[in-house]
Structures are given as C-alpha cells and as structure tokens.
Ligand binder design. Structure first.
Ligand code: AHM
Ligand code: MG
Length: 283
C-alpha cells in the first residue's frame, strides 16, 4: 500500500506541473459519460497510467476518462479506480481542482474499498489518504516532498453548506432541507469542484456537501467508484457520515457498471441527522 501512496505523490507533482504549464483547451475526444475531454484530462490520465504500469501490486486500473478496465499485472492485488482531474473545467478560471483514487481489493464495491486518496491542486498541493484504520492523514507538498500536517477529525456540527446539482431540478424536500440549513446560519461554500469543496468541510471541522438525485438526473452526477466511495471512506474515518438519499451508507453500494453514479451526501453528524429527519429516513 505504501508503494501505491508513494506513486500517488509522484503523480501529484507531475499533474500539478501539467496544470501549471500546459494548454487548457479541449481535446478532440469525449469520455464514457459523454463529456468533452480537456487536454489536461487526457494528460493527467496518461500520467497516472504510466506511473502505475511499474507497480506490480496493481492488478488493474479503471479511469473516469476511459470506458473499460485496463489490466496491468495478473498477480497484482489491488484495482485502482481514479478520477485523474476532477473539476478540470475549473482550471481555466484558476480555481482548485483535484485527483481522486479508490483502492479496491477484489470485486469493485464499497465493502472492498481498502484505502483512498485525493490530491488538491490549489495555491499549494495537498494530499489526504485514508485506510480503514485510523483518521485520514493530511499532507502538504513542499519542494517536492509531502510533509504530514496531521490527522483529520470532523466536529459534530459545522457551518458549511455545499449544495450541488441544478436547483431548478431539486425535489421540494431537498430544497426545504437546503433552505433550513441557511435559516440555521449555514454559509454557502460551493466551488463546483468536489475535491476542494469536500476538503474544505473536512478541514474546517464540518458541514454538509450534497449532490442529490434531481428530476433531470435522478441518479445524480457523481460516480460511485472514482468519486463517491473514496470520499465516503474519508468522511467515515474522519468521524462523519456518507449516505445516499435512502440513508444507505455509500460504502454499502455495489455498482453494476464501472461508471454508475449515485445521489450522495457527506457531512458531520448533526447535519446528517437533520438530513435524515427531513428526508424521512428511519434511523
Ligand atoms: P468532473 O469529474 O467531470 O469534473 O465532474 C465532477 C464535478 C465535481 O467535482 C463537482 O462536485 C460536480 O462535478 C459539480 O457539478 P455541478 O456543476 O453540476 O454542480
Ligand atoms: Mg470527477
């Protein structure tokens, strides 16, 4: 596992360099969700693939930017599902973006997610890694080295409300929930990049990020294997919760297809209790 985390550190430095130096325009291709790919998406995907080709414990790779699974080493133990550059369309306006990695052992489902990691490319490069033991660990890069800043623990209640999805298509009860949080003093913090948005909630001690199912996209936008489950592990290990609209733990999900999405909610305990009450989820 350490080899995988060290490879992610190398990858982070390379992708950060690409973000700072390369063309921000579109490529000629689209990904399996039908979204146009930026040249940076393609480059970041390439950097990750090249890096893991040399790591023999990695059995296969699944990328948000590719349709199928890429087999690497038959005797490998882990499959890594990753979003090479999440929120990439924010790079041209110079907002933070990120990479997300889910490390699975066996079938690709939440139960088999053994570790996860994400990198934030912002004013500085930061890395957070989580396993099923202990709190997520937070690192910051300085002169090419990642220094441990500390462990991340969520408070019971925060002040941040990060509501995703197109408001026009929210259900009435979701709108009531979001409004109730604002009436309770919560502040809107939503950049449109799940990595910096979820990172902010983790580091500022709590709050809630929601990306519900909407009338135009009933199963939500965020992908289970590359985006949702890796952050679900982070939030649970930090002392928070990560559930879908029926109250099911996101780590209990088992996608039928590599690119399946799900409605998702991540937060500290107070906000998640409020969510369950308004969504009438039995606890
Ligand atoms: P991407 O993987 O194509 O970049 O899309 C994922 C991003 C998330 O980072 C973010 O939370 C979400 O899309 C924002 O979507 P919206 O603009 O609908 O709020
Ligand atoms: Mg993404």
């Amino acid at each position: 596992m350490l080899t995988i985390f060290n490879t992610i550190k190398e990858i982070a430095l390379k992708i950060d360099h690409a973000i700072k130096t390369e063309d921000l325009g579109y490529s000629d291709s689209s990904n399996s969700s039908g979204e146009d790919q930026l040249k940076l998406d393609v480059k970041s995907d390439y950097i990750i693939e090249e890096a893991f080709k040399n790591v023999s414990i990695v059995k296969a790779l699944v990328s948000e930017e590719k349709e199928g699974m890429l087999e690497l080493h038959t005797d490998g133990k882990y499959t890594i599902c990753y979003d090479p550059l999440d929120g990439s369309s924010l790079a041209d306006v110079n907002l933070s973006v990120g990479s997300i990695f889910g490390i699975y052992e066996g079938e690709l489902n939440g139960e088999n997610l053994v570790a996860s990691a994400y990198v934030v490319y912002g004013p500085r490069i930061e890395l957070v890694v989580a396993t099923k033991e202990g709190k997520p660990k937070h690192y910051r890069a300085q002169e090419g080295l990642f220094n441990l800043i500390g462990e991340i623990t969520l408070g019971q209640k925060g002040k941040i409300n990060a509501p995703g999805g197109t408001q026009q298509y929210w259900s009435a009860h979701h709108k009531r929930f979001v409004d109730a949080l604002f009436m309770d003093g919560y502040r809107l913090r939503y950049s449109g990049g799940m990595v910096p948005d979820l990172h902010q909630i983790l580091l500022k001690g709590g709050g809630i990020f929601s990306y519900p199912g909407t009338s135009d996209v009933p199963k939500g936008k965020l992908r289970q294997l590359f985006e949702v489950m890796p952050f679900a592990l982070m939030y649970e290990q930090a002392g928070g919760q990560a559930i879908d609209e029926n109250g099911m733990r996101l780590l209990d999900l088992a996608p039928s297809h590599l690119h399946d999405t799900t409605p998702c909610f991540f937060g500290s305990n107070y906000e998640m209790a409020a969510l369950k009450a308004l969504y009438r989820i039995k606890v």
